[in-house]
Design a protein around this ligand. Sequence first.
Ligand code: MG
Length: 368
Amino acid sequence: MKITRILAWRVDLPLREGSYKWSGGKSVSVFDSTVVAVETDAGLTGYGEVCPLGPFYLPAYAAGARAGMIELAPHLIGEDPTQLARLNRTMDAALQGHAYVKSAIDIACWDILGQAAGLPVCVLLGGRYGDNFGLYRAISQEAPEAMAARVAGYRAEGYRRFQLKVGGDPAVDVARIRAVAAELEPGDRLIADANTGWLMHDALRVVAAVRDIDVYIEQPCRTYEECLTVRRHCDHPFVLDECIDALEVLLRGHADRAMDVVNIKISKFGGLTKARQARDLCVALGVVMTIEDSWGGDIVTAAIAHLAHSTPSEFLFTTTDFNSYVTVSIAEGAPQRVNGRLAASPRPGLGIKPKMDVLGAPVVEVTG
Ligand code: MG
């Protein structure tokens, strides 16, 4: 099988709640997402998606995803999309870095492989564990009482894991953690995600001030070394996210006992092929995972669901259903939250079909 054409579309995904705010005053109200189609000479077409969380979160931005595809796609015409490891080597040889550019193409090729094999992607990624899996709900950064007031509504939607956006003023963040913790019921879990927003001294004050609370602390500071310093003075379960983007730093984190949980975002690693490598390494090392992406619509949510559903249940700390946060649906067949839980499609490939009327005209087209 050979790749004959690669197309990309830009699609805006407005937030259902109006805006999403996190550390350092960062916020987004409309996500700029990119959908990719990889067409083949076998008549199969695979779809992928990449959606950076704005240009100021990770080293990734939406227009860069599309510019990178124009650079990369000519090297992939004529390649076999079902030979995923080979294809990733070809992408890495043609374009250094830029993992997020490669992510949507890699996802689309997994969609093709699944269609060709007649198997859902989760089976190809290792197998399906259980009927479904639990989701977390991110709580956008607001005043402490406003964040606490969100919990009951989200629990009514079935969520039992609440990821609190902190990383602001340390005293207010302590109040946020305390206010939300007061709303928890048995079985709920609370994660305070600073998204790199604290300096070390502030992070140390926050973790000391909430020592009596059952809360996970996620990525308090910008760098791995800063986070490790906080970790060594913290007796809460500890999650690393933004600084974990490759196997090398995962191995280093394990050797340093730097984390109990890692956040595997598909586009941070460069697609399902590399995110799966990281997932399998974490299982081997005994590290549990949040499996997700930076953001996305129906196609990213489908890809997340396949990777999450193929992860042994006890290693899946939590995951997310981004398609429920936005007002625009871009594909039929995407997984939908039921009682706070999600399942990967049983259909071949990702199990989705893009809504071409929503996508409109492609903005990238590369042929042989
Ligand atoms: Mg995080």
